[in-house]
Design a binder for this molecule. Structure first.
Ligand code: SF4
Ligand code: SF4
Ligand code: SF4
Length: 260
């Protein structure tokens, strides 16, 4: 091969390499910015923003998991590249009592404090996500007996309970409907894995996605603890003269419209 031709091929290979590398970097960038919010992290993970700035993508948590639950995100997973996550329908978190994936984390992106009670590791307080039920596709809501998710739940009788309700359609059977209790659910996904429907009728979502927030304005009048929040509340006085109209008056404004 003459030297000109060799040089040409070498240059072409270098250019192709750079284009390929550029493509990888671009794909990583696109993955980062379009990453799904529906990502489930290992137990003890910091909130997503802090987690992303703390996890160094070393994979030690993934290595420590004996059930191969955790994976590191790769291009095309639609998740921040190299960060650990799990997919419960494939492999849930088996809630190991010694939580081996957490203490190995060198940066505390998985924080032992978030899964400890009185200084002892406690997987039962993990908040990986929360299970949500699609009552349209859960066959127990149709009246067919199924308690697969209830039986699979490691926090049996607390994270999922069964509610009995008369089935008026048959008149002699009961619905046995599963109900998830977000305060006890760890988001392990054993219920999602066990669900008998073709696409799971119970599935785990990150807590920020699945749960609402009532805000500080509402106080549970029947809850003594909650009432303490307004113990020192001051009456709000306004200097603006308030309208003398009642709510009914605003309806009367529509009278002409309704008459037509
Ligand atoms: S608690 Fe156990 S099963 Fe769950 S992610 Fe950690 S090591 Fe894996
Ligand atoms: S061990 Fe910690 S830093 Fe390493 S990948 Fe897991 S979460 Fe990230
Ligand atoms: S995710 Fe499902 S199995 Fe796990 S604690 Fe919550 S309800 Fe129970």
């Amino acid at each position: 091969m003459n030297s000109n031709r060799r040089e040409f091929l070498l240059k072409s290979a270098r250019t192709a390499g750079l284009v390929f590398l550029g493509g990888l970097i671009w794909s990583a960038y696109v993955d980062e910015v379009t990453a799904s919010k529906l990502i489930l992290r290992p137990p003890g993970a910091l909130n997503e923003k802090d987690f992303l700035s703390t996890c160094i993508k070393c994979g030690l948590c993934v290595e420590a998991c004996p059930f191969y639950t955790l994976k590191l995100a790769k291009p095309g997973d639609n998740k921040p590249l190299g960060t650990p996550f799990f997919t419960p329908r494939e492999v849930p978190c088996y809630m190991c009592t010694d939580i081996p994936c957490v203490p190995v984390c060198p940066t505390d992106a998985l924080d032992e404090k978030l899964v400890s009670t009185n200084g002892e590791l406690d997987i039962n307080i993990a908040q990986m996500g929360v299970a949500v039920i699609d009552s349209q596709s859960c066959i127990a809501f149709w009246g067919i007996q199924c308690d697969a998710c209830y039986r699979a739940c490691p926090i049996l009788g607390q994270a999922i309970t069964i509610e009995y309700e008369k089935n008026d359609r048959t008149g002699k059977h009961s619905f046995m409907k599963p109900v998830v209790h977000a305060d006890a659910c760890t988001g392990c996904g054993l219920c999602e894995r066990a669900c008998v429907t073709e696409k799971a009728a119970i599935f785990v979502l990150p807590r920020e996605v699945a749960l609402g927030r009532a805000g500080d304005y509402y106080v549970k009048g029947w809850d003594k603890e909650d009432q303490k929040r307004v113990k020192n509340a001051k009456e709000i006085k306004t200097t603006t003269e308030l309208s003398k109209d009642t709510a009914i008056d605003s309806l009367n404004d529509m009278k002409g419209l309704l008459d037509d």
